[in-house]
Ligand binder design. Structure first.
Ligand SMILES: Cc1ncc(COP(=O)(O)O)c(C=O)c1O
Length: 400
């Protein structure tokens, strides 16, 4: 009899965390590694948010809280949903978790039964399929191709829906492609969902604020109010507020679903960190102007990376609407051989050889369910990006 659970054997560890860990280890050994694999802003958490956390400690707000969030944070989330999307939620329709990851996980744990299918457009954030598997459901990946700017078409969504479909996971702007759906593109998808009342929508709006060139972010329940009763709108402070380590995410949706998620959380982590919750109150209620300032840097870096990668023979890199990732295709390099004799059979071989031979860490496309591609996180300095692109070019040019 196996000591480890059968469920766990269906799940793989996060490849992006594994590559970032390996890159960190090589760096510690003295190698000049440029890491483009981590999904976190290089900016520091704004001072007013840090100050709110310090004040919370000083005021003794250091005890257990309600399992799914302090009332002040729930109120701030309700105000944010109204302000940004015109959506009305009451505090009992809001759940706060230990990072966006936990709220998504709670929702899947609270709702999935064996046989339930979850539609996930690929390329997807690495954790969606594995969280579905952990919760006992069946992930159904549908490839959104480079030709369609990594966006799912309404026809593809329609074709993927079966009587067993429980959730459709939607993520715009996307990790890993950065693709953002326009209002019209999203409406075409929600029109499909309106024809299938048994399908619920889990929208992951984590990169909502990180958009460029005047792109208008919108979320399913605001585009199609008819979906309000079966939409869970998930978000968090990790990316826009540079608060990845604070671990606060949240979701808003129907009260019965939020209550079920609370039950999962109360029997696992109890409550998100009290101090981080007070910091998140300040993040959501405080000044928002630094987001636009950070976006100026992110856009400059996106443009730098897209043009440098497109200048490389064998690489095609679309310009995404948001997030801080690009997802270039290496279709033109497959089958070539590196100077050290590695055959670039697939994107994993490419990423492994790039790290070994040029000290650049990227995440291979197979991890995100769409190949042959790799993900670059450009949340690092312009200098590091210029040098990384130089090394990637030198590596690609050296392939024969
Ligand atoms: C699309 C997406 N959703 C959720 C998360 C999780 O965010 P958190 O760090 O708040 O758990 C991430 C983090 O990489 C992400 O990229």
């Amino acid at each position: 009899m196996s000591f480890l659970s059968a469920t766990l054997s269906r799940v793989k560890p996060s490849p992006s965390i594994a590559i970032s860990t390996l890159a960190g280890e090589l760096k510690a050994q003295g190698r000049d590694i440029i890491g483009l694999s981590a999904g976190e802003p290089d900016f520091d958490t704004p001072q007013n948010i840090k100050d709110a956390a310090v004040a919370a400690i000083a005021a003794g707000k250091t005890k257990y809280t309600a399992p799914d969030g302090i009332p002040e944070l729930k109120e701030a989330i309700c105000a944010k949903m109204k302000r940004d999307h015109g959506l009305t939620y009451m505090p009992n329709q809001v759940s706060v978790g230990t990072g966006g990851k936990q709220t998504l996980y709670n929702a899947l744990m609270a709702t999935l039964n064996p046989g339930d299918e979850v539609i996930i457009p690929a390329p997807y954030w690495v954790s969606y399929p594995d969280m579905v598997l952990l919760a006992g459901g069946t992930p159904v990946a549908v490839e959104a191709t480079l030709e369609n700017s990594f966006k799912l078409t309404p026809e593809q969504l329609e074709a993927a829906i079966t009587p067993n479909t429980k959730w459709f996971i939607f993520n715009s702007p996307s990790n890993p492609s950065g693709a953002g759906y326009s209002r019209a593109e999203l409406k075409a998808l929600t029109d499909v969902l309106m024809r299938h009342p048994h399908v619920w929508v889990m929208t992951d709006d984590m990169y909502e604020h990180l958009v460029f060139d005047g792109f208008e972010f919108c979320t399913p329940a605001e585009v199609e109010p008819g979906l309000y009763e079966r939409t869970l709108t998930c978000n968090g402070v990790s990316k826009a507020y540079a608060m990845t380590g604070w671990r606060i995410g949240y979701a808003a949706g129907p009260e019965h679903l939020i209550a079920a998620m609370r039950k999962v959380q109360s029997q696992s982590t109890s409550n998100p960190c009290s101090i981080s919750q007070w910091a998140a109150v300040e993040a959501l209620n405080g000044p928002q102007d630094f987001i636009a300032e950070n976006n100026v840097a992110f856009k400059r870096r996106r443009d730098l990376v897209v043009s440098a990668l497109n200048a490389i023979d064998g690489i095609t890199c679309p310009t995404p609407e948001g997030a801080f990732y690009v997802y270039p295709s290496i279709a033109g390099l497959i089958g070539k051989t590196s100077p050290k004799g590695t055959v670039i059979a697939d994107d994993e071989a490419f990423a492994t050889a790039l790290l070994a031979e040029q000290d650049v860490a990227v995440v291979f496309g197979a991890a995100f369910g769409l190949s042959p591609n790799f993900r670059v996180s450009y949340a690092t300095s312009d200098e590091a990006l210029v040098e990384a692109c130089r090394r990637i070019k030198s590596f690609c040019d050296s392939l024969s």
